[in-house]
Design a protein. Structure first.
Length: 551
């Protein structure tokens, strides 16, 4: 008997992670509801740093321009210890990386994602809370508490919990959430100052006691608007929440607290001690006390129910990793759910969400805790590697059950992020394109490099092995003949051909002979085939897509 579902996916939590999940599902035509217990977005600049990898994701989604116009650049950070200036940190990345670091208040990130989601006819159902759920082999039955006070029961294929550190979804699944809390408390404030720090630079000023321990701290991250910064600093005793009974019943002390909010005078007192130059704070928009924990779940899902973002991992804000990691959780899960909803996914595809993302979460939690305790100087990697890692450009899925073994050789391997490159030209555009221009708003792509026989068979194999869900395009060397293109199958247009006019694709991808790449919807390589054999291509796609009988 056919099952009736109110929606394909219910997303709980409308922060940046939940909004990303919902937007990516709706962009792929999946029916989705997103609920949040809060009646409105919070006007807090909590998570501020936007990593280059997140901007690449937003490029792929089609909303990066809006984000770039709202954000401010993050060019570096001035460092001071006991009033003495230290070497400045410059946030510089290799020239092939298309985006730099940025800062954007969380309320703006949520606004942009909310408006993007609305393009697909979906709005956040605010004031609506998930009370409980139960799942079976065919779906999930969810009980919601609505703004009117009534309760609603709905049936959905999948449930995604993006509902934060105190997640109802995580608790309902019975997932462990191991970790601990830092004893220190901090206060956050969004203020304006009149100093001469160059635009786009943050400030980190600390004081060490006689034993070398940090006993005073000021961190300032630029925000949009003249002289505006989100500042974090240690909490004075009179604002401490440590002895209050307000901590959650689940024992997780993480995030903003409901104690007396710091005032402008509290911020000014810290600035008077630690600011690199005399300055006056004004125009405070909001302030709060917050505490930090570090925890991670034992698994990212069970059956038809999944967790992402803070519901799965929490950690210090060092390096602005948390929200960005959660957005990548949502992105990774959404394309897999979209295939599962249309019965186009291999039965094991959804299990790869945990296999791919939990190791990332574990690494981020461990690294941010280490940096919070010992500082970035405790990281043994060279500065370039450290910068790429903080930008989240080194996140990869080698060893994933749904990517090919990495094999030997130079260049990006299966499981690695597909790097961008420039200088691709076509017959019609009068300007060179980036590779990411070709990937934008696409799903799986078979990218064929080189010329010669066999390209048509590879394109046909990709179509047959995926039920028509893999697109194809061809990149040829700069000196390839003008007519170097596949013929295409009868009744179908041949795949587009782009010329590697600068040789940049060949250099970045380390290719000098015909090679096939499968690029996943999240911009990672699923396969790299040299020579590009149809049987090997079919074998790779067979672990991603459901078997079909199309011939």
């Amino acid at each position: 008997m056919a099952r009736t579902y109110a929606t394909d996916v219910l997303v709980v939590g409308a922060g940046p992670v939940g909004l990303t999940a919902a937007a990516e599902l709706r962009r792929r035509g999946v029916s989705c509801r997103i609920v949040d217990r809060l009646p409105a977005r919070l006007p807090f600049a909590k998570a501020v740093g936007i990593q280059p990898r997140t901007l690449e994701i937003w490029d792929r989604m089609g909303l990066v321009r809006t984000a770039l116009e709202a954000a401010v650049p993050m060019r570096g950070q001035y460092m001071y210890v006991n009033g003495i200036e230290q070497p400045r940190i410059d946030l510089v990345l290799p020239p092939e990386v298309p985006y730099g670091f940025a800062a954007l208040p969380q309320y703006e990130t949520e606004r942009i994602l909310d408006e993007f989601l609305a393009r697909f006819g979906t709005a956040v159902e605010r004031g609506t809370e998930l009370v409980s759920f139960r799942q079976d082999a065919d779906g999930v039955t969810c009980r919601l508490h609505t703004p009117s006070g009534a309760e609603e029961e709905i049936r959905t294929r999948f449930l995604v919990g993006c509902d934060g550190a105190h997640s109802i979804v995580r608790k309902g699944l019975g997932l462990s959430y191991e970790g601990g809390a830092f004893p220190e408390e901090y206060m956050l404030a969004d203020v304006r100052v009149d100093w001469d720090v160059p635009r786009g630079f943050g400030v980190r000023s600390l004081h060490r006691d006689g034993d070398g321990a940090v006993d005073d701290l000021l961190v300032c991250i630029p925000l949009p608007g003249p002289g505006r910064y989100r500042m974090s600093m240690m909490v004075p005793p009179e604002l401490s929440t440590a002895r209050q009974a307000e901590d959650a019943s689940d024992g997780i002390t993480h995030g903003l607290r409901s104690s007396r909010a710091p005032g402008l005078a509290d911020v000014q007192t810290v600035l008077d001690r630690l600011s690199p130059e005399p300055t006056t704070a004004s125009d405070i928009r909001w302030a709060s006390v917050f505490r930090i924990s570090h925890r991670i779940v034992d698994r990212y899902g069970d059956g038809r129910v999944f967790v992402a973002g803070d519901a799965a991992h929490i950690h210090p804000p060092t390096g602005a990793q948390g929200m960005n990691t959660g957005i990548q959780d949502a992105w990774n899960l959404a394309w897999k759910l979209a295939l599962a909803v249309r019965d186009a996914a291999h039965p094991a595809l959804l299990a790869s969400y945990d296999a791919e993302r939990r190791p990332v979460g574990e690494e981020v939690v461990g690294r941010t805790v280490r940096h919070a305790v010992k500082g970035f100087e405790a990281d043994p990697d060279d500065p370039e590697t450290l910068m790429l890692r903080e930008a989240q450009l080194l996140v990869g899925y080698r060893g994933s059950p749904v990517v090919d073994p990495p094999g030997e050789g130079r260049g990006p391997r299966p499981g690695d992020r597909a790097p961008d490159c420039r200088g691709l030209t076509g017959e019609i555009p009068a300007y060179p394109l980036r590779l990411y221009d070709l990937l934008r708003e696409r799903e799986h792509l078979l990218l064929l490099y080189g010329t010669g026989p066999g390209l048509d068979e590879l394109v046909r194999t990709a179509r047959e092995s995926s039920g028509g869900l893999v697109e194809a395009c061809v990149v040829v060397p700069a000196d390839a003949p003008a007519d170097a293109r596949p013929d295409g199958e009868a009744g179908a247009s041949p795949p587009p051909v782009y010329r590697d006019s600068r040789g940049e694709f060949a250099r970045r991808y380390a290719v000098d002979q015909p090679t096939a790449f499968v690029i996943r919807p999240d911009g990672y390589l699923g396969a790299r085939l040299t020579p590009p054999a149809p049987r090997a291509l079919a074998a790779h796609l067979g672990v991603v897509f459901a078997a079909n009988d199309e011939s």
